[in-house]
Ligand binder design. Structure first.
Ligand code: NAD
Length: 505
């Protein structure tokens, strides 16, 4: 049976490889800072491997992995193979693995040591000469955020960004810790790279459902007409997690949900949701439209933030029948920390399309379930003629993570009941073999397509919108609520929607 399975997989992979489309990819050297880290292991190597299997890597490419540890090339390749066994969505094909791993080399480099970059430069040049590649260089900084500025400066000083081919820089979140630090970081990066060469990863933009919002509306006029804005009462965006702070207290206890999730992922989802409606747009227009949306986002003043914003921290509770400690007892969290592990807010987009339709956003750790979704709630005229409890509003739910799906909630009546019952029309994509966000984003970056990356203007405007809230949190102008671990969040967040006659879905 095992042999049969292996044989089938092998045939499928052969088919995959022989089915290669010509993506017209240019050869490149992929310089990966942080190659011994968690992100590389869990996401980047598996993404590169799956792209390789799909024929979505250039004919000639070399990956130079960098880390502090002294590893040999062989040991590095063993580590990559281990990570593929653990995290690749496709099974590892023994006969193809050496071919893939041959593209990888390792170089120990302390990013704080400027002299080390000379050695790296020599290694890149030697690779480019041996493989006669055209000097295209992709630098991926998968390292702690405090190193980003320094690495860009050292790349610049040692001339690694001077090349005969193209050069691109991919960086991870967080991009700064507030408006001022984000601006400084951007200024530093722009000394070494042009804006069009900087690819800021927001992996929520790599989720297929988010990328396909445009085509969903374009290819399905029925969905487009459902989303007639005159019929929508509000939009809700949720990104909830079951996990707590885990081992990241060092970073998270200073960042909180507001910096970790809201400034980047949630505001990006607000922009992506609002820009596609009421009309469909082309990929080229996406960034421009996103900027229009974030510019139209009504500012929330620092001393008025308590009216529209809820912050909270998880208390002890229970998840899946297991007791869970409160945030303040987590290792590494400061005593009496006022950090937010939950954030909810009421937003208004002051443009013609969305002016009368509130957006509610929320995110939190240690909630009852893991889910990222966008819910459109429709107006409920039936309610005027029936007691409120007899009908529920129609909903269109776009599930982004961990499953992808579309659900429409309707009211139906059957002979067994005199009341309406909610019924669901649901399509869920099987999630076991879905391309990971990093696959889609790395592929785009290699092709030079920055559509689904966060542009500086979007990042700056997001920080600008968030800044008064950061200050309100700092000065305790917004009360810090608590919620039991395993719940749906603080009561205050429910009350926020109740004020407007709504409830969270
Ligand atoms: P990590 O701590 O696991 O890895 C850090 C890497 O940096 C290691 O390879 C380490 O060798 C290297 N490093 C540290 N100090 C160095 C030095 N002086 N010189 C050279 N290399 C040095 O971190 P991670 O989880 O892989 O995260 C990397 C980046 O990605 C961070 O910016 C993080 O915020 C971001 N990120 C991570 C995830 C995730 O799922 N892990 C998700 C989103 C964003």
């Amino acid at each position: 049976m095992l042999r049969e399975n292996t044989l089938t997989q092998s045939i499928q992979t052969e088919a995959l490889l022989s089915d290669k489309k010509d993506y017209n990819m240019e050869d490149l050297t992929f310089v990966l800072f942080g190659a011994t880290g968690d992100l590389a292991k869990r996401k980047l190597f598996p993404a590169l491997y799956n792209l390789f299997l799909e024929g979505k890597m250039p004919e000639s490419f070399s990956v130079i992995g960098l880390g502090r540890r002294e590893w040999s090339h062989e040991f590095f390749r063993e580590k990559i193979a281990e990570s593929l066994e653990l995290y690749s969505r496709r099974d590892v094909q023994e006969e193809l693995l050496p071919k893939f791993l041959n593209h990888f080399q390792y170089c120990a480099l302390d990013v704080t040591n400027p002299a080390a970059y000379e050695h790296l430069h020599a290694m890149i040049r030697q690779g480019e000469e041996t493989k006669a590649t055209s000097g295209n260089r992709l630098f991926y900084l998968s390292v702690a955020p405090n190193f980003i500025e320094l690495i860009a400066e050292n790349l610049n000083r040692a001339g690694l960004n001077q090349t005969t081919g193209w050069r691109r820089l991919i960086i991870e979140k967080p991009f700064g810790t507030d408006l001022q630090t984000a601006r400084r970081l951007n200024k530093k990066l722009s000394e070494a790279f042009d804006e069009v060469e900087i690819y800021r990863i927001d992996h929520y933009l790599g989720k297929p459902m988010v990328q396909n919002l445009a085509s969903l509306v374009f290819a399905n006029p029925a969905v487009g007409s459902l989303l007639d804005l005159k019929k929508i009462s509000n939009v809700q965006i949720t990104a909830s997690e079951i996990v707590g702070v885990e081992t990241r207290a060092d970073y998270y206890d200073h960042a909180g949900a507001i910096r970790d999730m809201v400034q980047n992922h949630l505001l990006q989802l607000v922009m992506m949701t609002a820009l596609h409606l009421p009309e469909t747009i082309t990929a080229d227009e996406i960034s421009m439209k996103k900027i229009e949306v974030i510019q139209s986002l009504r500012p929330i003043k620092q001393d008025e933030a308590y009216r529209d914003v809820i912050r909270a921290q998880y208390d002890a509770g229970e998840i899946n029948g297991e007791p869970v400690i409160r945030y303040l007892d987590e290792p590494g969290v400061e005593e009496n920390s006022k950090n937010d592990t939950y954030f909810a807010a009421r937003l208004h987009i002051d443009n013609d399309a969305w002016r009368d339709i509130p957006f509610y956003i929320r995110t939190g750790k240690r909630l009852d379930k893991k889910s990222t979704r966008i819910v459109f709630e429709f107006k409920n005229p039936v309610r005027e003629s029936l007691p409120a409890e007899e009908t529920v509003p129609n909903l269109l739910i776009l599930e982004i993570n961990p499953h992808e799906g579309i659900t429409l909630r309707l009211n139906v009546k059957d002979e067994s009941s005199e009341f309406f019952q909610p019924a669901y029309i649901n399509f869920t994509k099987p999630s076991d073999n879905l391309a990971d966000a990093y696959e889609l984003l790395l592929f785009d970056a290699m092709l030079g397509n920055a559509t689904f990356f966060a542009h500086w203007n979007e990042v700056e405007l997001s920080w600008q919108w968030i800044q008064p809230l950061l200050e309100a949190f700092e000065n305790n102008q917004v009360p810090l609520h608590t919620y039991p671990a395993g719940s749906t969040g603080p009561k205050a967040a429910d009350d926020l929607l109740k004020q407007d006659g709504f409830a969270w879905w």
